[in-house]
Design a protein around this ligand. Structure first.
Ligand code: NDP
Length: 292
């Protein structure tokens, strides 16, 4: 059997186009231009690359973006002072604090200073708490987990009643994905580094989400035949045949897994492109919320 390839690039391109059209329609109607502020602290090269691509995507979608780059020696007070200013700035509808912050800064405290109406990354403790509770909806869901759900909804006619196994329990991916799956009425098993017999757990999954950051750890014989596999992992492995000296692989051994799975995301081109698409969508939503 050869699995259906879930084309995150095509789906994210469609979302970019939809957001671009909706932003243009807002402007034509005389409403505010959505604005995203990014805060980047320190000089981690990967973080600079991520933030640059977020600004580029905003520009393409007609969203204003405001970049704030602070030195690695920035104090907690300075960082939180900037967040407070941006909370008040009417041109700014969404604020993103690029993770990780340099050592010595309290990320959780900084995130808790964000106005929850501007928390387009979905990491404010209130938004996370709402995700975990019945009742009030989170205003924003963090972008990679939200992207995973879009891919699943595009692939499956229904998530309800399916057994979903999530490998990984981080604050930014595993746990919010698991909570979203519960909200979608899946039966969810969360696995982590202390889980015993991971392959046996994974084999029970109708939906398998891998977010462990371990190159190609999930093998073909971990997959239940016909399962839907979402590979969130992005891992660099040495490859002297490539100009850069490395290639990107997921947490799933793609070739083996695609012989068994019903549908699977590739790496790159699966979950990766969804993250920025969801950020654009969340920024538009934040602007829409500020209309009323
Ligand atoms: P973390 O390192 O924060 O979390 C990894 C999780 O996997 C932890 O819960 C850990 O368990 C678990 N884990 C690690 N090793 C094993 C193992 N051998 N067996 C079982 N469980 C294990 O990673 P992130 O959640 O931040 O990221 C996961 C992957 O997703 C990475 O490859 C990252 O690059 C990628 N990623 C991709 C994004 C995108 O596509 N846009 C965005 C964010 C991340 P424990 O809790 O017990 O330590």
């Amino acid at each position: 059997m050869s699995a259906q390839i879930i084309d995150g690039k095509a789906i994210s391109t469609r979302i970019h186009t939809e957001v671009t059209q909706q932003v243009a329609a807002r402007k034509a109607a005389g409403k505010s231009t959505p604005g995203l502020a990014t805060i980047l602290v320190g000089d981690d090269p990967a973080s600079h690359t991520y933030v640059n691509s977020k600004h580029r995507a905003c520009e393409e979608a007609g969203i204003n973006s405001f970049g704030f780059t602070l030195g690695a020696d920035t104090s907690q007070e300075r960082l939180e002072g900037l967040i407070r200013e941006l909370n008040q700035d009417e041109r700014v509808h969404g604020i993103l604090v690029q993770s990780p912050l340099p050592k010595g800064l309290d990320e959780q405290h900084a995130l808790s200073m964000l106005s929850i109406e501007k928390d387009v990354d979905g990491f404010h403790p209130v938004n996370i708490g709402r995700l975990a509770q019945k009742g009030p909806e989170p205003l924003f869901v963090s972008c990679t987990p939200a992207g995973v759900m879009v891919l699943l909804n595009e692939t499956l006619s229904s998530i309800e009643g399916k057994h979903a196994v999530v490998l990984g329990r981080s604050n930014i991916v595993g746990m919010p994905v698991a909570l979203l799956l519960v909200r979608a009425n899946a039966t969810v098993t969360i696995c982590h580094s202390r889980t015993q017999d991971l392959p046996a757990m994974a084999r029970q999954a109708d939906i398998l989400v891998a977010a462990i950051g371990r190159a190609e750890m999930v093998r073909g014989d971990w997959i239940k035949p016909g399962a839907t596999v979402i590979d969130v992992g992005i891992n660099h492995v040495e490859d002297s045949s490539r100009k850069k000296g490395y290639r990107l692989v997921g947490d799933v051994a793609f070739e083996e897994a695609s012989e068994v799975a019903g549908a699977i995301t590739p790496v790159p081109g699966g979950v990766g492109p969804m993250t920025i698409a969801m950020l654009l969508r969340n920024t538009l939503k934040a602007a829409e919320m500020s209309d009323s």
